[in-house]
Ligand binder design. Structure first.
Ligand code: SF4
Length: 241
C-alpha cells in the first residue's frame, strides 16, 4: 500500500491591484524624481548621470548642464572635457560624458533629434540599458515599462512574486511585466522607489507598521519577533545586498 504524500501548502500570491491600490493612496504623485521638464532627451541624459549617483545630485548638476547644452544638437557638438567638468560631481564622469555625447550624436544623426520610442532603438544608444530604456518608454511615451531597480527587485521579491533571492533585473522585469497592467507599470515602479526608501527598506523593513502587511498582502518577515523582516516565514534569510 502506497504512503500518502503530504501536500505542501503553496502560499497565495498577493493581488497586485491591492498592493498598488495601497501604494497609490500613500503616494498619489508617482513621479520620476529626476527633473527633466518633460523633455525626453533630458530624461535620457539625467538617467545616464544617475548611475551610482543620487537623483538629488543629478538634479543639481543638470541645471548648469542643460543651461550649456539645452538639447541633443548642442550635446552632439560638445567638447568631452567641458561636459566632464560639469558632471564631475556625479562620478564616472569620463564614461558618462562620452556616452552623453555619443548618444546625442546618434539621436541627431539617426533619429532627427528625437529620442526613439522603441526598446531596441533605445538599447542601441551608448550607455543605455534596459532600466533607462524602460524609464523612457514608460515615463515619456506612456508604454509599458518595468524599471527593475534595486527597490523594485527587493520589494516584489518580498511580496512573493518570485523568490526573494532572485536579483536578476531582466528576469524580474519579465515576471512583473506579466503581473502589473501595462498602463500602470511606470507609476508602480516609481511608487516602489518611494516605498523602498520609506517603509520597505533594504536592511530594516518596517513590517510592523506596513500598510501592505496590514492588508494581508505581504507575509515577509512574519516569523521575526519584532516584525522587522529579518527572516521570512519560510525560513529564508531576509538579508539584502
Ligand atoms: S511587510 Fe515588510 S517586507 Fe512586506 S512590504 Fe511591508 S515592509 Fe516590506
Amino acid at each position: 500500500m502506497g504512503v500518502k504524500k503530504k501536500t505542501e501548502a503553496v502560499p497565495e500570491l498577493p493581488d497586485v491591484r491591492i498592493v498598488h491600490g495601497i501604494l497609490k493612496e500613500r503616494y498619489p504623485d508617482a513621479l520620476c524624481s529626476l527633473e527633466y521638464g518633460g523633455d525626453p532627451w533630458r530624461l535620457l541624459i539625467a538617467a545616464r548621470l544617475s548611475a551610482q549617483c543620487t537623483d538629488e545630485r543629478v538634479n543639481i548638476v543638470s541645471v548648469p548642464l542643460f543651461r550649456k547644452y539645452p538639447d541633443a544638437h548642442a550635446m552632439a557638438e560638445a567638447e568631452q572635457g567641458e561636459v566632464e567638468e560639469i558632471i564631475r560631481p556625479c562620478g564616472l564622469f569620463h564614461t558618462k560624458a562620452a556616452s552623453c555625447i555619443a548618444m546625442s550624436q546618434i539621436i541627431v544623426h539617426e533619429y532627427g533629434g528625437r529620442v526613439p520610442d522603441e526598446m531596441d532603438a533605445l538599447l542601441g544608444l551608448p550607455g543605455v540599458g534596459r532600466k533607462i530604456a524602460n524609464l523612457i518608454l514608460g515615463d515619456v511615451y506612456g508604454k509599458p515599462g518595468i524599471v527593475a531597480d534595486t527597490h523594485c527587485i527587493r520589494i516584489n521579491g518580498r511580496f512573493g512574486f518570485y523568490p526573494v533571492d532572485l536579483k536578476d533585473p531582466y528576469k524580474v522585469e519579465k515576471i512583473l511585466s506579466g503581473i502589473v497592467p501595462g498602463a500602470e507599470q511606470a507609476a508602480y515602479c516609481h511608487r516602489m522607489v518611494l516605498f523602498g526608501r520609506d517603509v520597505c527598506t533594504a536592511r530594516a523593513p518596517k513590517c510592523a507598521s506596513c500598510p501592505i502587511r496590514a492588508a494581508g498582502a505581504c507575509r515577509y518577515g512574519e516569523s521575526s519577533p519584532a516584525g522587522t523582516g529579518g527572516t521570512r516565514a519560510d525560513g529564508r534569510d531576509g538579508g539584502e545586498p
